[in-house]
Design a protein around this ligand. Structure first.
Ligand SMILES: *[C@@H]1O[C@H](CO)[C@@H](O)[C@H](O)[C@H]1NC(C)=O
Ligand SMILES: *[C@@H]1O[C@H](CO)[C@@H](O)[C@H](O)[C@H]1NC(C)=O
Ligand SMILES: *[C@@H]1O[C@H](CO)[C@@H](O)[C@H](O)[C@H]1NC(C)=O
Ligand SMILES: *[C@@H]1O[C@H](CO)[C@@H](O)[C@H](O)[C@H]1NC(C)=O
Length: 480
């Protein structure tokens, strides 16, 4: 059986050499109220032919599931730890010891440490400008001390606005003026330590934040009016953006520094341009583009990249926009949202869903049919539901944007109910709501049933506590 699998893999590698050499990675974030069990996720990643994962922390459950999985792992060091690790060599050594060495010894194939996540975003107001580079240096020092610096490399996932081009032409690319010297120092350090530059590239955000952005330029179909830069011609933003970085590196003396695309993807909901059609078109376009192994005009060859992201996360901040909770190529319960051929393994038949997912009952919470829309209590209950659950699928041109007002209210109630594990108390809303066995889903609007979470203790502890209480009460009464 395994021999057959290996043979199939080998054959598909021969036909798609560049893909198998590099493989495609996935960003696995966990800002979710109901995470799929890590083992289920690892199995899903395997069956869909991923070979690398990028994490945003080093959470124990995730790391344990990756033991002996063969996946290349990029562990993350969150921004809120940068200050501590910047100021204390000891803290960096402890971090590496606990979050790298221990897992490497247990068979987790850690290859990178991501120091911070987009720490130089302009919205952070420079909060991490002083601490990121010292933290990077301390982590590198700790890796050397732990004897891991050959196999584990440091990097900083940076947003693409750390570089820019005043004319829009890639050849005019350079680092942002306010952080230019810092960037050059970091780039030199990465180069000195045989590490890579990691950048997150988002044509979707360009389209979202600039209504004049040419839509076709976000995609890979070659339909955009080209940007001509000397002898190079660009018809997609990704190539132009990556080459702007390459020019910036080149201009400062590091034109050959390896580059990792840390995040690339497209959300499916929460905005008029976030839908499954566009997401499919973008991600499939990207996969096809990179699987040719042609690279960009400035850097021919395979591209090392991690799709953003694997699974939707219902607890991400929506400060950047309502689309934030919808980046997954899989839904919260591990269903593929659209066909995506990764060019590897089984995926030519489309993505496979997570297996063995355990759902709660087929039950929903809706607005009682006899409640008139004029009921004065509605406004407060809706805003309560939406602020504690997730209403980002309601709104102009979103997946549930076509619901009528009653449907809208039911969606908010139900989302809150599901998020609270279908607790009856969570379907009251001052008596305005009721549960039903009829699925209210329509067309693109899914009223999903919540999944069971692994963490049984959170459910059993109260019952256990109650038992102890009854036992003590019994003891008290019988001794009196
Ligand atoms: C490919 O799909 C088949 C049938 O769905 C499944 O049994 C098999 O495990 C998959 N292969 C891999 C490598 O996941
Ligand atoms: C290891 O990583 C975890 C998860 O990111 C973090 O909570 C913990 O503080 C880290 N351990 C040390 C010793 O820094
Ligand atoms: C950055 O500054 C703006 C305006 O002063 C403020 O609204 C925002 O909360 C700040 N963000 C952070 C991360 O400090
Ligand atoms: C449904 O709710 C959304 C978000 O609160 C709102 O933008 C939209 O106008 C509502 N639609 C109807 C028909 O009430």
């Amino acid at each position: 059986m395994d021999k057959v699998k290996a043979m199939i893999l080998l054959l598909s590698c021969i036909s798609l050499l560049s893909v198998c050499v590099n493989g495609i990675g996935a960003n696995w974030g966990t800002q979710t109220s109901h995470p799929l069990p890590p083992d289920t996720v690892v199995q899903m990643l395997k069956e869909n032919g991923f070979s690398k994962v990028k994490l945003f922390d080093a959470e124990d459950g995730t790391m344990n599931a990756l033991k002996k999985s063969g996946f290349e792992v990029m562990v993350g060091l969150p921004n809120d730890m940068l200050r501590t690790l910047a100021t204390s060599v000891k803290a960096a050594e402890n971090w590496v010891s606990k979050n790298v060495s221990a897992y490497v010894n247990d068979g987790v194939n850690i290859r990178y440490v991501a120091v911070g996540n987009e720490p130089f975003l302009e919205t952070y107001n420079g909060s991490f400008l002083q601490t990121t580079f010292p933290a990077l240096q301390n982590v590198q020092g700790a890796l050397i001390k732990a004897g891991l610096s050959n196999q584990v490399k440091v990097t900083i996932p940076l947003n693409a606005d750390v570089y820019q081009s005043s004319t829009g032409k890639p050849s005019d690319g350079d680092f942002r003026t306010d952080i230019h010297d810092l960037m050059v120092a970091i780039v030199k350090f990465l180069s000195d330590n045989s590490a890579a530059f990691t950048v997150n590239i988002y044509p979707f955000i360009s389209l979202y934040s600039d209504s004049n952005f040419p839509v076709e330029y976000a995609f890979f179909d070659g339909n955009a009016s080209p940007v001509v830069d000397g002898s190079n011609t660009y018809t997609n933003m990704f190539d132009a953006n990556l080459d702007t970085l390459i020019w910036a590196l080149k201009k400062n003396g590091y034109g050959n520094l390896p580059i990792i695309v840390g995040e690339i993807g497209w959300p499916t909901d929460g905005d008029m341009n976030a839908n499954t059609q566009y997401a499919q078109r973008f991600n499939q376009g990207f996969m096809t583009h990179t699987s040719t192994g042609r690279g960009t005009p400035m850097r021919p060859g395979p591209i090392d990249a991690y799709l953003f992201s694997l699974i939707d996360e219902d607890e991400k901040s929506i400060q950047p926009g309502n689309f934030e909770r919808h980046w997954g190529i899989f839904t919260y319960d591990g269903l593929p949202k659209y066909q995506l051929n990764l060019g590897i393994g089984n995926s030519s038949r489309g993505l496979g869903k997570a297996r063995g997912v355990q759902y709660l009952d087929k039950k929903w919470c809706v607005l009682k049919p006899n409640i008139p829309l004029s009921d004065s209590r509605l406004a407060d209950t809706i805003s309560y539901a939406c602020s504690n659950a997730d209403c980002t699928s309601l709104g102009y041109k979103t997946s549930c944007g076509n619901l009528d007002t009653r449907g809208n209210i039911s969606y908010a109630f139900d989302n809150y109910f599901q998020k609270n594990d279908q607790d009856d108390v969570a379907c009251d809303f001052s008596g305005l709501a009721t549960t039903t066995n009829m699925d209210p889903s329509t067309g693109t609007c899914r009223f999903g049933i919540m999944i069971m979470v692994d963490d049984a203790s959170s459910f059993k502890l109260p019952q256990f506590g109650l038992l102890i209480f009854i036992f003590l009460l019994h003891l008290l009464l019988t001794t009196l």
